[in-house]
Design a binder for this molecule. Sequence first.
Ligand code: G
Ligand code: G
Ligand code: NA
Ligand code: MN
Length: 249
Amino acid sequence: LRLESGLREAVAARAFELVYQPKIEAAGGRLTGFEALIRWRHEGAAVSPADFIPVAEDTGLIIEIGRWVLEEACRTATRWALDHGPVPVAVNVSARQLADPGFARLVEQVLQRHGTPPNLLELEITETVIMKDVRHHLPTLNRLRDLGVRIAIDDFGTGYSSLAYLRQLPVDVLKIDRSFVNDLPHAPDIASTVIALAQRLLLSTVAEGVETAEQRHWLAEAGCDCLQGYLISRPLAAEAAEAMVMTAF
Ligand code: G
Ligand code: G
Ligand code: NA
Ligand code: MN
């Protein structure tokens, strides 16, 4: 309950920040984009989104927080594109946001308001959230795709994807869950299978949670497209991320 009232005040005061974790090409190391991650300092300490996002979901505060995240990510992507060059920014979308009937319209309005090229925005939705009610989410996903934003399935491999649905979903990217990357290189079956599936469906792959050089080499050899994780970089404050964008152009 204290977390909840603190969160309400934080929403009113816009007391959040986004940090940006780089993604790079597995072959070559070129910067390909960032994942935006929310941060909240409450009573002098950082509260993990793993702790407050579920509270935000339960209370409905996620709608307003999610809107702020979208706005901030689009504002940043647009500014970087104008000052340096185009770099996509991904944001995490929670179950309740995706289920909100106004979500696709909100995304459209935010893109317009900030003059953001739609292909600079990527939406990360976990496999569990999408697959729990595919038929319900499909019209929203199709509207988002029609806007030109990219859609990534987050934590892929941890849920139960119907392969028949996967083929019909308007998605662009599979993010291999960190737990399977962690198994590399000694237990590569799941990572291999996801990469093969993605290649078959013409989707691109991002490996999450890459922490060792061995994992990086395995993934590059296996044909994984992009890498993200502490080996590449921790999530960065906006200024440090912008410095990376600058050197990429
Ligand atoms: O790095 P990390 O501690 O940021 O994230 C912990 C969890 O919180 C992850 O599951 C991540 O996807 C989620 N998360 C981080 N930022 C956001 C956000 O802006 N929106 C939502 N819905 N989830 C987020
Ligand atoms: O996929 P999801 O959005 O749930 O993941 C985001 C979370 O993963 C954030 O908490 C982020 O800080 C964390 N993260 C990013 N890279 C790494 C890594 O290399 N190792 C670990 N353990 N966590 C990571
Ligand atoms: Na994510
Ligand atoms: Mn993930």
